[in-house]
Design a protein around this ligand. Structure first.
Ligand code: 13P
Length: 260
């Protein structure tokens, strides 16, 4: 059985006070067990709020009681040094961060994140025991040219196929078609399933059935409480990476509850 996972990528949103309010709302609800207990919830706030997320996401008296896991949105590929403004994997690990998004299309587009940089960041995170959530997905141009399969295959091979099979235990992959991000245009369940199945096949060819069968594959791109149930019901979709709809507790928690 594969893990079910829903991760919220807040991107560059929320003030300190707003973040505190949302962490509290999520923790209160998850603490009371109103959501499906077999779904892991990950919250990826801006890095300045990671410590607060870690504090409010677990029980004050018993830290083993975790209501939601904490993820970062980015990491530098180096472990330390003169890289002004950057944050490293050892720093994240020392703060209790368990996940980190890598290769998001916004970072690829605005900050020149290439597949080989993704590969270095993944390596750095794994060395610190942090689970990378690696984002792949085609642009609208690539889809219109029928190149969606080719694109995700290239991103997978160049970003991840230097890894050992055991590394995949910690890995999460998110398929986020660029044309669906923040546009309100969700991929249809059939479109998403088709690519997810392809991703799993490509991994199986390289690493075998056991690795391919256990890696969680998330869908991201205008996923909301209305579209999540049908997406999550697909055979190869194990959850979601949620942007806009993760900024409001009620909507996000409905998504968490969208599995059969
Ligand atoms: P939206 O859900 O806002 O489309 O964003 C998806 C995304 O980029 C999550 O990483």
């Amino acid at each position: 059985m594969r893990r079910k996972l829903v991760a919220g990528n807040w991107k560059m949103n929320k003030t300190f006070q707003e973040a505190e309010e949302l962490f509290d709302e999520l923790a209160d609800s998850l603490k009371n067990g109103q959501e499906q207990s077999d779904v892991e919830v990950v919250v990826c706030p801006p890095s300045v709020y990671l410590e607060m997320a870690h504090d409010l996401g677990s029980d004050e008296e018993d830290e083993t009681q975790v209501f939601f896991s904490v993820g970062a949105q980015n990491v530098n590929e180096h472990a330390s040094g003169a890289y002004t403004g950057e944050i490293s994997a050892p720093m994240l690990a020392s703060m209790g961060v368990e996940y980190c998004i890598v290769g998001h299309s916004e970072r690829r587009r605005y900050y020149g994140e290439t597949d080989s940089l993704v590969a270095s960041k993944v390596e750095s995170l794994l060395q610190c025991g942090i689970s990378p959530i690696v984002c792949i997905g085609e642009t609208l141009e690539e889809r219109e040219a029928g190149k969606q399969f080719e694109t995700v295959e290239r991103q997978l091979k160049n970003g991840l196929f230097h890894l050992q099979p055991l590394d995949f235990v910690r890995l999460v992959i998110a398929y986020e078609p660029v044309w669906a991000i923040g546009t309100g245009k969700t991929a249809t369940p059939a479109q998403a399933q088709e690519i997810h199945a392809h991703i799993r096949n490509v991994i199986q060819e390289q690493y075998g059935k056991a690795v391919a069968a256990t890696i969680p594959l998330l869908y991201g791109g205008s996923c909301n409480a209305r579209t999540a149930p049908e997406l999550f019901a697909q055979a190869d979709i194990d959850g979601g990476l949620i942007g806009g709809a993760s900024l409001q507790a009620e909507e996000f928690l409905k998504i968490v509850n969208s599995f059969d």
